[in-house]
Design a protein around this ligand. Structure first.
Ligand code: RFL
Ligand code: PHB
Length: 394
């Protein structure tokens, strides 16, 4: 067995792990990043697409925003569509000038991988048998196998950035974590299509047949989602059925027509809300999806992952530079404030916009009333806008 040593052992090369490595490197703090997938796989995994203003500022301020500034699509509003009509929420006017940027998560991942390689540091891809040990001691360890060789990595602290299905959260002894969870009785079917945008902003549609979302990735690529049954089989959704449902759910009384294109990618994702408290144990700190999940309706998942590691990087920097533990000790409490706000917003958007199998007509009238209130009242619209563009970092 080969033994290695680092200050921060980072498990997972998603947005959380990669940004953490980058922020630490800028402070002269050593880290080792291990990832069980291949580089090509993580660089092409299609997921989130919306960056809050604060996430964009964080990436720019830390020197990884060059391509984001060139290729990111800045949006000043979103549309809520229901009853055959669209209603624009002017986010910028309602938030004193803030906006969001549409830029694929895999592009953020590519930029961060490039920054690490350009800084002369490596990412250990395609490792297996990853385990953490001694997390409640002063020398926590990560063991893994790389190219057939068993490696023990001794760390000062471990960052569990290995997503919802990772190994870090389950390594915390039973009884330490409290779990708060909700699953939803539907999933999202998402497609990427080689079609130029039909509209220049995102459209969230509430329809009798279920929720639909119109989004995009670039001037050539449209990203679209449909609410489907939770256990739906993608085989039941040939391309023609997907387009037909998208047309129905997104249509307006004035004849708006969605542009079609070749479907490059299709997938179904379940929806859940999930939080563990606390987000730390001993010398291991959980960040991003390893600690919490939101349904994608609020576009918050990637943004929360980035916000967590911003807090963790600051806390680790204070610890390594001065020995002060206060910020590390406060890590979970600091992050959970933002996490629970995003949990609420994501649950609220999800509840307002989807059809629930248990809905009766009363419930549908309530949803319609809520939608009409949000688009008709400036304070209600401002509340949505403030949450959607993201609350400032504290
Ligand atoms: P990730 O991206 O899952 O990265 C975790 C990494 O850890 C690796 N890993 C391991 N590595 C080593 N050893 C192990 N044992 C490991 N186990 C796992 C994995 O291979 C992976 O590379 O977590 P991270 O960094 O916390 O980032 C979170 C985001 O990926 C996630 O929250 C978002 O994608 C959620 N999300 C959205 N978030 C937004 O902010 N805005 C959006 O518009 C948005 N839209 C979405 C979304 C997620 C979606 N899906 C796929 C659920 C739309 C969809 C459809
Ligand atoms: C996306 O473009 O993938 C996207 C946009 C907004 C959401 C979720 C996903 O709320």
């Amino acid at each position: 067995m080969t033994s290695m040593r680092t200050q921060v052992g980072i498990i997972g090369a998603g947005p959380a792990g990669l940004l953490l490595a980058h922020l630490l490197q800028r402070q002269g703090i050593e880290s080792a990043v291990i990832e069980n997938r291949a580089r090509d796989y993580v660089e092409h995994r299609v997921r989130a697409g919306v960056l809050e203003q604060g996430s964009v500022d964080l990436l720019n301020d830390s020197g990884v925003g060059a391509r984001l500034q060139l290729e990111g699509l800045v949006h000043h509003g979103i549309e809520l569509r229901f009853g055959g009509q669209g209603h624009r929420i002017d986010m910028t006017a309602l938030t004193g000038g803030r906006c969001i940027t549409v830029y694929g998560q895999q592009e953020v991942v590519k930029d961060l991988i490039r920054a690490r390689i350009d800084a002369g540091r490596e990412i250990m891809f395609e490792v297996s048998d990853v385990r953490v040990a001694d997390i409640d001691s002063s020398a926590p360890k990560v063991t893994f196998v790389r190219a057939g060789e068993k490696i023990e990595l001794v760390c000062d602290i471990i960052a569990g950035c290995d997503g919802f299905h990772g190994v870090c959260r389950p390594s915390i002894p039973a009884g330490v974590l409290s779990t708060f969870e909700r699953t939803y009785p539907f999933a999202w079917l998402g497609i990427l299509a080689a079609a130029p945008p039909t509209h220049d902003e995102l459209i969230y549609a509430y329809h009798q047949r279920g929720f639909a979302l119109y989004s995009m990735r670039s001037p050539e690529v449209t990203r679209l989602y449909l609410q489907v049954a939770p256990e739906e089989d993608i085989g039941n959704w040939p391309d023609e059925r997907i387009w037909e449902d998208l047309h129905t759910r997104l249509e307006t009384d004035d004849g708006w027509k969605l542009r079609e294109g070749a479907i490059a990618e299709k997938g179904i994702t379940g929806m859940r809300s999930f939080v563990v408290e606390p987000m730390q144990y001993g010398r291991m700190f959980l960040a991003g999806d390893a600690a919490h999940i939101v349904p994608p309706t609020g576009a918050k998942g990637m943004n929360l992952a980035l916000a967590d590691v911003r807090v963790l990087a600051q806390a680790a920097t204070a610890y390594f530079k001065t020995g002060a533990r206060a910020l590390l000790d406060a890590y979970s409490a600091t992050c959970l404030k933002r996490v629970w706000r995003a949990e609420h917003f994501s649950w609220w958007m999800t509840s307002m916009l989807h059809r629930f199998p248990s809905d009766d007509v009363f419930q549908q009238r309530l949803q319609r009333s809520q939608l009409e209130y949000v688009v008709g009242s400036r304070p209600a619209a401002a509340s949505l806008a403030e949450n959607y563009v993201g609350l400032p970092f504290s």
